[in-house]
Ligand binder design. Structure first.
Ligand code: HEC
Length: 250
């Protein structure tokens, strides 16, 4: 039950009601026991001397030993924070968001190597204008071209197993068929292709990375052919109906 003070209290966190009173009392007790513990710690040495001095000293010493042994409420070691588990946390992104947010941009950075030598110095056009914060160009000149390719390829490989996380849906609401053998196979091929690009980027050889993009294209297309690009007969390419078969089994 709330008391009168509660209504007048300017601070909404101010404790009120019997439940809160209990909390207040308990915290006061904990405070008092903390003070005792602290004074015990402070007088530990003199008490040791008192121990030798006689029965009162012995009693006092025993009390202090007890006090120090009892853990104070709120002072006990907190339970360790459970480590996040990507597979148990459940997905945040839809399939479409994962594709547009990570697969598309990272793969494009690798495909770019076909026509652009990452060893070349970035042009002035790549450099952000210091006068204007431009979220598109931001960071564009922070790392070298080869580093950018490294990051794109490693991230693509790293996120590929997320295609198997249960609970994700396509944008049309259909569940991603993570348990189907062909889906798992497409995902494995994607991972292998991305890892091939990682290795090729390490060699710092433009030709090798260009070659690795063939595998990448194959891996993207193999899955798309079955789970992205099928359309009901007569559905326009850009109409919502066009995506109604995504994530569904043929
Ligand atoms: C294991 C299957 C699979 C793999 C591998 C895969 N995709 Fe996808 N992709 C899909 C599905 C399914 C959709 C449809 C998502 C939706 O509508 O929610 C999609 C959608 C997309 C889209 C969005 C299309 C739109 O409508 O805007 C892009 C872009 C895309 N993928 C790029 C890629 C690229 C690039 C790769 C390879 C590097 C790739 N995907 C690999 C299954 C896959």
């Amino acid at each position: 039950m709330a008391n009168a003070e509660c209504k007048d209290s300017a601070d909404p966190r101010e404790p009120c009601g019997t439940e809160n009173l209990d909390i207040v009392l308990r915290s006061r007790l904990a405070e008092a026991s903390m003070v005792l513990r602290r004074s015990c710690l402070r007088c530990e040495r003199p008490l040791k001397a008192a121990w030798l001095a006689g029965p009162i000293g012995t009693m006092c010493g025993a009390l202090c030993v007890l006090m120090l042994a009892v853990p104070v409420e709120g002072q006990t070691k907190p339970a360790p924070e459970p480590a996040p588990d990507a597979t148990k946390a459940g997905p945040t992104a839809s399939m479409l968001q994962l594709m547009r947010g990570v697969f598309f941009p990272t793969a494009n950075m690798i495909f770019n190597v076909q026509t652009h030598d990452p060893a070349q110095k970035k042009s002035a056009a790549d450099a952000p204008n210091p006068q204007v914060f431009n979220w598109v160009q931001w960071g564009g000149s922070l790392y070298s071209g080869w580093e950018d390719v490294d990051y794109a390829a490693t991230v693509l490989a790293e996120v590929t197993p997320l295609l198997l996380v249960p609970g994700r849906t396509c944008d049309n609401g259909k569940p991603v068929p993570v348990e189907r053998a062909d889906w798992v196979k497409f995902t494995n091929e994607m991972l292998q292709a991305a890892r091939k690009s990682v290795a090729a980027a390490k060699s710092r050889n433009q030709e090798a990375v260009s070659d690795s993009t063939n595998d990448l294209t194959d891996a993207c297309m193999a899955c798309h052919r079955v789970y992205r690009d099928r359309r009901p007969p007569g559905a326009e390419r850009v109409s919502p109906a066009a995506s109604s078969l995504r994530c569904t089994v043929p």
